[in-house]
Write a protein that binds this ligand. Structure first.
Ligand code: SF4
Length: 471
């Protein structure tokens, strides 16, 4: 690869390095791949050690207060690396790293981050990720850059995405969110909703299949609200077009909004065998009163009805969900309705959190937060209930044979990890023929609360080589 930029002062062609730390959702993961790709095009290669990096990017998440607090403590660590680099012995070794705050906290905090952290070089919001190279150029010219806000035209250039080390091909189909859930900061950090054109999306899916990916994951904050901006085709049309693209072995999509599901979309789940029998369908609460205060626009009964329709179309469907406990005004009866929802639906996994007030959202005006000990107790009893259900559901899979997508090495030496079609984590003995991103058949031998143990049945289907995308 030709080194295009940033040669060391000694004239050698030693490559420069970037370290990217990613927090939060799949959208952030893909944004990090996009930033890594832009840097690799300039000959700046990834490293796992921030101390040897010339560029450190912190791709942040602001959905919960705790995550946001951690971002600034991590920036505190990185600023020390910057200070340390000033004390290296030889002038040749002085390579003070650039530090960039990216992602949702960047959008939310903007210029204030530069004041709070003097060593911070730039702030890059999620809708401006495609401008990273230009931002770095401006910084090197002396400006501390704040690139936030939501430009009319957003770049989805697929040739600047580094897919190296990935086992699935992620495709953004819709960005931002126009819903106004009263607890959520995302509409403020990711901006107004914007769908990509069907043709562009399908071109990217074909590109990922050619590249060797067996699993394609369609991404959006409200992925099933996608609509082609020119033709008006909806998510049911897109699902059909993606699922029938030759080479797509497994198709997934995240995150679905309950109210946006239509009968045609439900039907696609039943008709396309390669659509994964797994759906993340956030319900947030089982209480109508709380759902109303959250501004979700559906009732518990309509959620139950949707689950019924989905399972009628796809009996093997596994569902996961998001739940918030301790939302302002949540009573014991409201919480009991949430427990009831979890018992009735039998989710394969849940992401449950205590309510955390976010700046600029409406929920803090809806009432006093629930006392912390009460919210703690509710969260613990919810998690305990789910753990029992999850273990039972996992035990029902023991003895089944299934195709597993290999996602990486296991914690135990000589093992690999993967995902079943229903998105359970599974661990099994590795063999010489199996590779990251390939599929292998396994028999489930043992159920744990959060994963499965399995034995391989046949050699894996090795994917074509997974090489980084560089144009
Ligand atoms: S649908 Fe609601 S919870 Fe989801 S991103 Fe939009 S505002 Fe947030």
């Amino acid at each position: 690869m030709k080194i295009l930029d940033h040669k060391p002062a000694d004239g050698t062609t030693k490559a420069r390095r970037c370290f990217i730390e990613t927090w939060g959702c799949q959208m952030n993961e893909l944004d990090s791949q996009r930033m890594a790709g832009q840097l690799m095009q300039q000959g700046i290669l990834p490293t796992r050690d921030p101390r040897e990096a010339d560029i450190i990017l912190l791709n942040s998440c602001s959905v919960r207060e705790k995550a946001e607090g951690k971002v600034f403590s991590r920036l505190g660590e990185y600023r020390l690396y910057k200070k340390e680099s000033r004390f290296k012995k030889s002038p040749r070794e002085i390579r003070e790293p650039l530090i960039g705050l990216c992602g949702c906290v960047a959008q939310q905090v903007g210029e204030r981050a530069l004041k709070k952290v003097p060593e911070l070089d730039f702030v890059l919001g999620p809708a401006r990720v495609g401008e990273l190279r230009e931002v770095i150029r401006r910084r090197r010219a002396g400006e501390r850059v704040v690139a936030t806000g939501f430009p009319e035209e957003r770049s989805f250039e697929m040739d600047t995405i580094s897919r190296e080390g990935e086992y699935k091909g992620m495709v953004t189909i819709i960005e931002g969110c126009d819903k106004k859930c009263t607890f959520c900061i995302v509409p403020m950090t990711r901006g107004p909703e914007r769908s990509r054109k069907m043709g562009e999306i399908l071109a990217e899916v074909r590109h990922l299949v050619d590249y060797g990916f067996l699993e394609i994951e369609l991404l959006g904050q409200t992925v099933n609200h996608w609509r082609d901006p020119e033709t008006g085709e909806d998510f049911a049309d897109l699902l059909e077009a993606c699922a029938t693209t030759p080479g797509v072995r497994r198709l997934r999509f995240v995150t679905s909004y309950p109210r946006d599901f239509t009968p045609r979309m439900v039907a696609q789940l039943g008709q396309q065998a390669n659509i994964s029998p797994y759906l993340h369908l956030p319900v947030q609460s089982g209480s109508d009163a709380v759902l109303q205060r959250m501004g979700r626009g559906y009732s518990a009964a309509s959620y139950y009805e949707l689950v019924h329709q989905l399972r009628a179309a796809r009996p093997d469907l596994a569902l996961s969900t998001d739940l918030i406990v301790g939302f302002p005004g949540e009573t014991e009866e409201d919480f009991a309705a949430t427990l009831e929802m979890v018992e009735q639906v039998r989710f394969s996994s849940i992401y449950a959190f205590k309510y955390s007030p976010r700046p600029g959202t409406a929920a803090p005006r809806l009432g006093e937060p629930i006392d912390r000990p009460v919210a703690d107790r509710r969260l613990q009893s919810l998690l305990a209930l789910q753990e029992g259900i999850q273990r039972q559901l996992n035990e029902e899979l023991v003895g089944e044979e299934m195709e597993v997508l290999i996602t990486g090495w296991g914690k135990e030496p000589g093992t690999q990890s993967g995902r079943t079609p229903c998105h359970r984590a599974v661990h099994f003995p590795a063999s010489q023929t199996e590779q990251l991103g390939g599929m292998t058949r396994v028999r489930i031998e043992k159920a744990l609360a959060h994963s499965l143990l399995a034995q391989p049945l046949a050699p894996a289907t090795a994917p074509p080589s997974l090489l980084p995308v560089l144009s």
